[in-house]
Design a binder for this molecule. Structure first.
Ligand code: BTN
Length: 248
């Protein structure tokens, strides 16, 4: 029995963005555990203000309304937790060479198969997280726009063909399990698990900090799920809480 997500489903044919659709409707935002999924998005949104391209019908485009049972200081970790859940679902399907790139891109053999956009807002019922999941299920490289070709992949390209609805249920089960563990106070264990699934630990990366570009090596997750990195120029350890890193 799920506690946090997948308690009710709403299917739409075409929508601008499943995240925007929920965020602009208080009556949906108030429905803890609701999942809105769509066949097509006309203005899918990615992290850092980018567009998200979900192509033809058959890919998984879903947004989860989650009321997390977590101390406020851990809310920023929701993005890691949802990523861990999606990773768990894909890993249980037997996919090899699966990893998470901080904060929550899911990669197969270094190419992105899933992106996650978590947006938080406040409702009369408390803080709510809308967790948007875009999972590339069908097609191949030719189905992506030229600017992202070669950097993305699909489950079909790796011989996996569960139906979209089946995959959605599977993902929801895994995300819910992670959220239950988090609610039971198992954050430290979940961070360790995340580190074990991530391709980011030990990597040399470039990232933006206070208007500057820094080069650093990723040490691991800090106590609040931030990214602990050692700067190459000064040797200082600093914490990265948002944004993204580029592998060097
Ligand atoms: C990223 O990697 O930049 C995040 C991509 C998130 C895409 C999903 S698709 C469902 C939901 N609706 C959106 O507009 N975005 C998210």
């Amino acid at each position: 029995m799920r506690r946090f997500t997948g308690l009710s489903l709403l299917h739409l044919e075409t929508v601008d963005s499943t995240n925007s659709y929920i965020l602009s409707r208080p009556e949906l935002l108030s429905r803890a555990g609701l999942v809105v999924y769509a066949d097509r998005q006309t203005r899918g949104r990615g992290r850092m203000g980018r567009r998200w391209f979900s192509g033809k019908k058959g890919n998984l485009i879903a947004s989860l309304v989650i009321y997390p049972d977590l101390p406020e200081s851990y809310l920023s970790c929701m993005t890691l937790l949802v990523g861990l859940g999606v990773h768990g679902a894909l890993s249980a399907l037997g996919l090899a060479d699966l990893s998470i790139k901080w904060p929550n891109d899911i990669l197969i053999a270094g190419k992105k198969v899933c992106g996650i956009l978590c947006e938080t807002t406040v409702t009369p019922g408390g803080r709510v997280v809308v967790a948007g999941i875009g999972l590339n299920m069908i097609g191949g490289d030719d189905d992506f726009p030229p600017e992202v070709r070669g950097r993305l992949t699909t489950l079909e390209s790796h011989g996996l063909g569960p139906g979209r609805e089946e995959m959605l249920e599977f993902v929801l089960d895994h995300v819910d399990q992670v959220l239950c563990l988090a609610s039971d106070g198992r954050m430290e264990m979940l961070f360790e698990k995340w580190e074990g699934c991530s391709s980011s630990i030990g990597r040399r990366v470039r990232f933006r900090r206070g208007g500057n570009t820094c080069v650093a090596t990723i040490a691991g997750l800090g106590p609040r799920g931030d990214l602990a990195v050692r700067l190459e120029d000064s040797g200082a350890m600093v914490s990265v809480v948002s944004g993204e890193v580029e592998y060097l």
